[in-house]
Design a protein around this ligand. Structure first.
Ligand code: ADP
Length: 499
């Protein structure tokens, strides 16, 4: 078969038609419901103990850190109390060896050190004042001073949360694997290392990034009613939403859990990355199943493995390799036609041959290339993947497959959103009134940078009958820029008020 034909046939395997999508929505609602009733279900539906959302008038200076997957961010946030804020941020990549370190002390010690560096760089006066106080008073008295920063710790892995700043790690995801941390309170792990460095910092709140994103959205665009969702499409994918307390029936079985019942609501962290881990409705290709088999956590996070930034590049790599062996992708017969060079070469150490070698940002570059001879794709193939002198046909073949992988990811993302909208009883397709609005704060490189991700999600939302054309127009999706940082600050604020 000709290369392009073969590429289209590979792309076709990623089709996700409306019937399948709607079947997925139904299964998602069912799995959400199960998760609200009992522990140990596919989707964890974790109660967050956050029972109110901000209204934009909150004020103060807070610290936030974010361990999300690829990077560790430290920031300080000044909330101005008028829906605006200013934020100072530093960001470091997590060294791979720390993601799989022998002990959690190595990882958390590294995180505390980054907080120390941040304070010395951006809040030195505050930090030095604390150092002097420590020298002149006993340590306990210094800690009792009011200048302790309240810190919101965004930790975007599944935790069993038992209080606003207490939660034990259920399992690692996104390539992390440090045995001794599982089952431990991650706030305590971080506080211990912060205390070892004598920093004026209290871990006040444990925050999931989706909850932070939801809170940030609520602070910056207050006054809305209706469904409120926070969603992440970055290294991983996950979402949180505001649920009625009465529906979270498993709360009554959680020993010692204390929370404010006055609002009748609580934010629930769905952990939708593990939706349908038993594969009753999720689409599956040989590339997906091979990726899963060779991952550190086979059979787990099956939804995430089809949607998020950590995996799309790897799915594409596997699909491209199939085209290299079956269909003459990057072979000489196809090179030269549209290129001055005559011979395509794939470097021996090409990232194409390495597991995780293709980054999802490559898909964004490919999908964005509108040049007639797909020059940008060919240049990127050469620069990032060591494929020299690829032909236009090669580039077209890659693009066809990329579009299919990106589109499936966006449609699956829409599935999750549609399910939550329907499950929270929002009859937006009927358009009853102002309360029937859906406000979705999103964050993550995939949704921010992949061309047309939002449009593809919206197209799929219209294909869900309970939403339809009319409902889709009532859905506001906005990037919650720096959302998890601001959200973590807002949750630290709420937690400090309750102390
Ligand atoms: P995190 O989720 O770790 O907090 P990000 O939201 O930046 O951080 O997501 C990082 C993930 O996004 C990585 O898996 C990376 O491959 C992917 N990514 C980075 N840049 C882009 C891009 N331009 N387009 C699509 N995906 C990207």
């Amino acid at each position: 078969m000709a290369l392009l034909e073969e590429a289209k046939s590979v792309a076709g395997q990623f089709d996700y038609p409306p019937e399948e999508l709607n079947k997925g929505v139904k299964a998602f609602i069912q799995q959400m419901d199960e998760g609200l009733q009992k522990p140990g279900t596919a989707m964890s539906q974790i109660p967050t103990y956050v029972t109110s959302v901000p209204n934009g008038t909150e004020k103060g200076l807070y610290l936030a850190v974010d361990l999300g997957g690829t990077n560790f961010r430290v920031c300080s946030i000044q909330l101005h109390g008028d829906t605006t804020f200013s934020l100072t941020q530093s960001k470091v990549a997590i060294p791979r060896e720390l993601m799989v370190a022998k002990t959690s002390k190595e990882l958390f010690g590294f995180l505390a050190k980054q907080i120390e560096n941040f304070l010395k760089t951006h809040h030195d006066e505050h930090y030095q004042a604390h150092v002097i106080r420590r020298k002149t008073m006993n340590a306990q008295a210094a800690q009792a001073e009011s200048e302790i920063f309240q810190l919101g710790f965004t930790f975007s892995f599944p935790v069993n949360q038992i209080g606003i700043n207490r939660g034990t790690l259920i399992r690692w995801t996104k390539g992390f694997d440090i045995d001794d941390a599982v089952g431990k309170d991650v706030c305590e792990l971080l506080q211990t290392e912060i205390d070892a460095l004598h920093l004026p910092v209290k871990v006040a709140a444990l925050v999931n990034d989706t909850v932070g994103t939801l809170m940030a959205r609520s602070y910056t665009s207050p006054g809305k009613t209706g469904t409120l969702i926070g969603a992440i499409f970055g290294t991983g994918t996950n979402g949180a939403y505001v649920e009625k307390l009465a529906k979270i029936t498993k709360l009554s079985h959680i020993e010692g859990s204390e929370y404010d019942r006055s609002t009748g609501e609580m934010i629930v962290n769905t952990e939708w990355g593990s939706f349908d881990n038993h594969m009753s409705v999720l689409p599956d290709t040989p590339f997906d199943s091979d990726l899963d088999k060779e991952s550190v956590n086979p059979g787990i996070q099956m939804f995430e493995k089809r949607v998020s930034g950590m995996f799309l590049g790897e799915i594409l790599r596997r699909a491209m390799l199939a085209l290299v062996s079956n269909a003459q992708l990057f072979k000489d017969e196809h090179s030269g036609k549209n290129s001055l060079h005559s011979t395509t070469t794939i470097a021996e150490d090409s990232a194409l041959y390495k597991q995780w070698g293709v980054d999802t940002s490559f898909l964004s570059i490919v999908a964005a290339d509108k040049t007639p001879d797909l020059r940008v794709i060919r240049q990127t193939l050469s620069r990032d993947l060591g494929v020299d002198a690829a032909s236009t046909e090669d580039a077209e073949a890659v693009k066809v497959v990329v579009n299919a992988i990106g589109k499936r990811s966006a449609r699956l993302s829409a599935l999750a959103m549609a399910a939550i909208i329907i499950a929270t009883d929002n009859h937006i397709s009927r358009g009853a009134g102002e309360e029937d609005v859906v406000d979705i704060g999103v964050d993550g490189s995939l949704v921010e940078f992949y061309p047309g991700f939002d449009d593809m999600m919206r197209e799929a939302l219209r294909e869900v009958p309970e939403i339809g054309d009319k409902g889709e127009k009532r859905i506001r999706i906005g990037i919650a820029k720096d959302g998890s940082g601001v959200g973590a600050a807002l949750i630290a604020l709420v937690a400090a008020q309750k102390d």
